[in-house]
Design a protein around this ligand. Structure first.
Ligand SMILES: Cc1cc2nc3c(=O)[nH]c(=O)nc-3n(C[C@H](O)[C@H](O)[C@H](O)COP(=O)(O)O)c2cc1C
Length: 244
């Protein structure tokens, strides 16, 4: 038990990898663990694509905003939400697939749960991982490159490899900020956020050797001030119905 909990509590994203392969056995355990994740109504509404072609990897690294670790990681997986199997299953039984925002969410959550199981299975084998949301910078280009059929979209990528760095754990919000009993907590969170900002500032200063001086609320307010990536148009073109 202690080993499992320490593994979970010791997570950090790894972005530098040793020049060592991830073995076929390791990858098999990673994918096997991913497949055992819980899944809404047992729909298993995801697919995962391993990118072994170096040119394709290079292109994905560029599309993800030039992230070096995407190019360098021994393994790079693209986790996709996938409703395409249900169109096929429906056709096999003379039925019609009804999609909706609910199924979009089901598929996205299924992909995330499978991926997080994979992440833990990788870490349990001494490997390091980092998720890559950057592949959604240009979802259309990624979908074309991977020849994704209708009713499939790329949710995020994941780099996996033997760690060649040992970053500190990134401090999390105080427990009181994320957990409450029976009802959502009333009132301002300002005090908790300010306390967290102080801790986070120390972490960032340490991690950057003093070069960066920022707080969590500062980072978040900067991030959320910009319009996020937009892709509902592409999702609709891909056959996802984002209505009830
Ligand atoms: C869905 C998702 C997308 C992410 N995308 C990226 C990414 O594109 N590049 C990157 O370097 N890290 C990415 N991350 C890693 C986060 O930055 C990281 O998990 C977070 O800062 C917490 O740090 P930790 O994982 O080291 O504890 C992503 C994480 C998640 C869950």
């Amino acid at each position: 038990m202690e080993q499992t909990l320490s593994l979970l509590e010791g997570h950090r994203s790894i972005r530098r990898y040793a020049d060592e392969p991830v073995t076929a056995e390791q990858l098999d355990r990673i994918l096997g663990s991913a497949q055992m994740a819980s899944s809404s109504s047992h729909m298993q509404a995801y697919s995962v694509i391993g990118i072994t072609d170096p040119q394709l990897r290079e292109r994905l690294a560029e599309l993800a905003g030039g992230q070096r670790h995407v190019r360098e990681a021994p393994v790079f997986l693209v986790w996709c939400a996938d409703l395409s199997r249900f169109a096929e299953a429906a056709g096999m039984h003379g039925a019609e697939l009804q999609t909706s925002t609910e199924y979009f969410l089901v598929a996205t959550v299924d992909a995330a749960l499978a991926a997080q199981n994979a992440a833990i299975a990788a870490e349990a084998q001494g490997l390091g991982i980092v998720y890559i949301g950057g592949i959604r910078n240009d979802m259309r280009a990624v979908s074309e490159l991977l020849e994704l059929p209708p009713l499939v979209y790329p949710v995020f990528g994941m780099c996996i490899g033997v760690p060649a760095e040992e970053p500190d754990r990134r401090p999390r919000l105080p427990r009181t900020a994320v957990y409450a009993e029976n009802r959502y907590p009333a009132g301002s969170r300002r005090e908790g956020l300010e306390a967290y900002d102080r801790e986070y500032r120390e972490y960032i200063r340490g991690r950057s050797g003093g070069g960066r001086d920022t707080t969590w609320t500062q980072e978040m307010s900067g991030r959320t001030a910009y319009p996020p990536r937009t892709f509902t148009g592409l999702l609709r073109e891909q056959g996802f119905r984002l209505e009830d």
